[in-house]
Design a binder for this molecule. Structure first.
Ligand SMILES: [Zn+2]
Length: 460
């Protein structure tokens, strides 16, 4: 089978592909606002039709929230992987509307100094990215009459509003949706340039607590000096969380943290991450993580502890010489490797409680933590996809980490026992979730070509 003919067809199809994307972008599928429920459903219907038009058995599947779109296409059995492709068709709200240079739901191609861009809500996140895969399939089907492998399509309509129906849907349809590997297109090029497969996502653990000392707020003229102030205790606890080298001091915190494999370390070095401008953009100079780690490691491969909020006492206008009864804080930990959120919670709590004076109590408001996701890149599919991406783009593709959490990849792993390749073509300046969202025409075009190359590589 010839890949070249598919790529040529993608090139020729581009004007029509852009028109089709515009059709989808005109649908105001804002999932968080019930006023747009009908529009969200219309976007699902549009996608069902679109998939059907290229011979894919697709349907809208109702949930207790917005519908899922599920499609299946058969391929040659046995020796080629069964792929699941995931994207989402809902978008973020558009306010503040006055900051848009054009109607967010009236998409257009614009010429900019950096090249042509597709402007409008959802262009990058995630309608444009989702359509790169659909367009690659369309061209493949047109050239070869059939797709090269079994593919299951899963399009979600609630990603921008917390995915409330996703977990139950995956549970109820686990057998139908379990494939050999998932392709998730909702990420970006590294520094807007280098094609990347995200293989490490940090987990998250949050802790929210109040410590109580005196049974009521006290006057510092009467009790100052003799009474222990909970804010003094809290400050000491928080200040002690990191040592002078930036390492977290909670005993056992680094259990389960793994060293980077040498080949990944080399790839990351090759990315020439410009941490000075990354920090400079937000008015900072020096990396604050563990000082014996590179800046990229600090963001992608090392765990963190951050104080997200702290309060207590009197914070209004003027002064009140109060010695408060309580002090509170919110903390979060980003987790990596095999770190166990439950063990870290326990370790943090004993660190905290051992610092409390006699008579002090602490109350926790608990949320469930999530562990990190790590893809097993020993699966040959990863290297095939990486080389295929490298063939399309000027820079060789890299395996990268992601400092945040992308829950869908964890759900696929935990519920469907399926690894995910997170591949996307967004740029840092796409302004997703903000006014004037755009997607580079280059991303749309080369992204579509990339999927054709990946399909070819995975099925050869
Ligand atoms: Zn998205």
């Amino acid at each position: 089978m010839s890949l070249d003919s598919v790529l040529t067809r993608i090139d020729q199809n581009m004007p029509d592909a852009v028109e089709r994307l515009f059709d989808l972008m005109r649908i105001k599928s804002i999932s968080t606002d019930p006023a747009f429920d009908k529009d969200v459903e219309a976007a699902a219907d549009w996608l069902v039709q679109e998939l059907q038009s290229i011979g894919i058995a697709a349907e809208k599947r109702l949930t207790s929230g917005h519908p899922m779109v599920v499609g299946h296409v058969d391929g040659p059995a046995d020796d080629v992987p069964h792929i699941l492709f995931y994207g989402h068709y809902d978008v973020q709200p558009v306010d503040p509307l006055e900051l848009w240079d054009r109607d967010p739901f009236d998409p257009a191609l614009e010429d900019t100094a950096a090249g042509k861009v597709i402007r409008g809500r959802g262009s990058s996140d995630d309608k444009g990215q989702l359509m790169t895969f659909v367009e690659a399939c369309r061209a493949w089907k047109a050239e070869h009459g059939a797709l090269p492998c079994k593919i299951t399509f899963l399009f979600e309509g609630e990603e921008e509003s917390g995915s409330p129906s996703l977990v139950p849907f995956l549970q109820e349809n686990a057998e139908e949706l379990s494939c050999d590997i998932a392709l998730i297109c909702d990420t970006g090029l590294f520094q807007s340039k280098v094609p990347a497969i995200t293989t490490m996502l940090r987990g998250l653990l949050a802790e929210d607590f109040t410590i109580t000392g005196p049974s009521r707020d006290l006057h510092s003229g009467m009790y100052g000096g003799i009474a222990m102030n909970p804010i003094r205790i809290l400050s000491k606890i928080l200040a002690g969380l990191h040592d002078d080298t930036g390492a977290v001091t909670v005993p056992g915190f680094y259990d389960g943290v793994e060293e980077l494999p040498e080949d990944i370390r080399a790839q990351w070095q090759g990315l020439n991450f410009d941490h000075a401008s990354y920090l400079g953009d937000v008015g900072l100079k020096a990396p604050a993580g563990e000082q014996d780690r590179t800046p990229l490691e600090q963001i992608w491969a090392r765990p963190t502890c951050d104080v997200n909020g702290v309060w207590g006492g009197y914070t209004g206008d003027g002064f009140k010489t109060v010695l408060p009864s309580q002090a509170s804080a919110k903390l979060s930990f980003r987790l990596v490797g095999q770190q166990d959120p439950d063990k870290i919670r326990t370790a943090f709590r004993s660190y905290l409680e051992s610092a409390l004076p006699e008579g002090f109590t602490v109350e926790y408001r608990t949320e469930k933590g999530s562990s990190a996701s790590q893809m097993s890149i020993t699966d040959p599919a990863f290297e095939k996809a990486r080389l295929a991406l490298s063939d399309e783009w000027p820079d060789p593709a890299a395996y990268v980490g992601c400092g945040g959490s992308i829950p869908i990849a964890g759900f696929f792993k935990d519920m469907l026992n399926m690894d995910s390749m997170l591949i996307g073509f967004g740029c840092d300046d796409d302004q997703i979730h903000s006014p004037n969202e755009k997607y580079d025409m280059n991303s749309f075009h080369k992204g579509t070509r990339s999927w054709a190359r990946i399909l070819d590589a995975l099925t050869r």
